[in-house]
Design a protein around this ligand. Structure first.
Ligand code: SF4
Length: 466
């Protein structure tokens, strides 16, 4: 039995296009979800994993599979349906899972033969058995389970082409930001894998650099932090010789022991969602967590960087409180906090989030010809009606922000600073690559947006000013 597992690419976002920009190979990582599904698949299935970010194979020239499994975030949905059509045309059944299919079950059901909703571990073996029996059902409802049911991912199936391997150690997030679909998909209960399994899987990853894909690696409560420390200690003891980056909340800065263990365990950098430069903005997105204990962001960032760990700060633009000048305000904040990398995103209502519910009820979902418009849901294109900013203004604010924050002089200062702090030259290299890549991708997206925006004239007059 032959199984293809496919990660479709987004047709317009340059960050996923490795051939279009060689720096992007540092900004993609292995599609872990597919490798986990492969880990659940019995040995009688011959598995091929295809990541379209590395290039699109000639599907027609490949042997006809017995089943195709596709995963997709929202921005990949249109392409996912296109790929499904190719294989359905060849008489192969297609099953789709992942966050978009879960949140848009009705839509996905129209384009594929079967949909797996939620976490796939509880139903995948049944899907395969039903295919074998010629009795594939339309919907399989995956349940959130304890993480020890998650098998070790088949990292061996994608052995080349990546600078970053990937691993997951926890699922769920105790917080509930209104723009985020993590709690809707994985739940708010913070579940973690046994540390033993994490170490076993780390050892199977061939790449020296690893992205820990957890939405929040350290969690928020004391017991979460204690578990993170225990895991870092085990990683140090196992002498993994891996360098890794991860996503955390700002509370990592409050525990020197945690920071020290993370650094010793190989942590090169953390990605932190600052989200808004104003208290009103943080209240709007339901992330008051960031301002608990009268937090001083500059001091928090300094404590993290003091351990040789780089900080990538993420901000969102287009909140209802954001007005003209927000781009410069965000650049100023990122410079003041002294983050090493700035990631600026447009407020994007993803299906299944509370933000989607709020915007949809008010007719504010502007790019709404689905599935075609899903390709713009990349966080780098405006897609909604924003309170005070038109689409052109949103883009111009983003350009202002990046022009300031990623000016050659500022990049140079940061590189020298990182080089001084960290004995590992790779940190400086990551900073340079990230800076060039962010700037370049924004420029490319800007050009694409201008084309997109021109073609939106009729759309705008139909729907009112955006
Ligand atoms: S802290 Fe991060 S993962 Fe958790 S809900 Fe907010 S955005 Fe999502």
């Amino acid at each position: 039995m032959r199984l293809y597992l496919i990660n479709p690419r987004n047709s317009i976002v340059s960050v996923t296009n490795v051939k279009g920009n060689r720096w992007n190979q540092y900004r993609i990582w292995k599609p872990l979800g597919l490798l986990v599904v492969a880990g659940l698949t019995p040995p009688e299935w011959e598995i091929t994993v295809i990541d379209e970010n590395l290039g699109i194979p000639d599907y027609m020239a490949m042997p006809r599979p017995d089943l195709v499994g596709i995963t997709a975030f929202t921005s990949q949905a249109e392409r996912a349906y296109e790929v499904a059509g190719v294989f359905q045309g060849r008489g192969a059944p297609v099953v789709m899972g992942g966050i978009h299919a879960t949140m848009c079950l009705e839509e996905a059901s129209k384009w594929v033969d079967a949909v797996v909703t939620g976490e796939a571990e509880s139903v995948w073996v049944q899907v395969l058995e039903d295919v074998r029996q010629g009795d594939l059902k339309r919907i399989y409802t995956g349940m959130n389970q304890e993480m020890d049911k998650v098998p070790v991912a088949r990292h061996d199936l994608l052995s080349t082409g990546y600078h970053f391997g990937s691993i997951q150690t926890t699922r769920g997030c105790p917080l509930s930001c209104n723009f985020c679909s993590v709690s809707a998909f994985n739940g708010r209960r913070y579940r973690h894998r046994s540390i033993e399994k994490v170490i076993t899987e780390f050892k199977r990853i061939r790449e020296e650099y690893v992205l820990i894909v957890d939405d929040n690696l350290i969690g928020t409560r004391k017991d979460h932090i204690a578990r993170a420390k225990e895991m870092f200690r085990a990683m140090i003891k196992a002498d993994l010789r891996k360098k890794w980056i991860c996503q955390v909340t700002i509370n990592i800065a409050d525990d020197e022991e945690l920071l020290s263990l993370a650094a010793k365990a190989g942590c090169l950098g953390v990605f932190i969602g600052f989200e808004s430069v104003t208290v009103e903005g943080l209240i709007e997105v339901h992330k008051k967590f960031n301002i608990q204990k009268n937090r001083d962001f500059k001091a928090s960032v300094e404590r993290i960087r003091g351990h040789g760990i780089m900080v990538a700060g993420s901000f969102i633009m287009g909140l209802d409180v954001d007005r003209e000048g927000i781009g410069q305000q965000i650049a100023d904040a990122a410079n003041r906090y002294n983050v090493d990398i700035l990631n600026l995103l447009f407020l994007t209502p993803f299906p299944g989030t509370r933000l989607w519910g709020k915007m949809e009820s008010k007719g504010r979902i502007a790019a709404n010809s689905f599935p075609e418009d899903w390709k713009y849901y990349t966080l780098t294109f405006p897609v909604a009606k924003y309170n005070h900013l038109s689409w052109a203004e949103m883009l111009s604010e983003m350009s202002t922000c990046y022009r300031d924050y990623y000016s050659p002089l500022r990049i140079l200062r940061r590189v020298i600073d990182v080089f001084r702090r960290s004995p590992n030259p790779i940190s400086a290299l990551i900073l340079i690559v990230a800076s060039i890549s962010y700037k370049r991708n924004h420029r490319t997206n800007f050009e694409k947006f201008q084309k997109f925006n021109l073609s939106m004239d009729a759309f705008q007059s139909k729907k009112g000013k955006i």
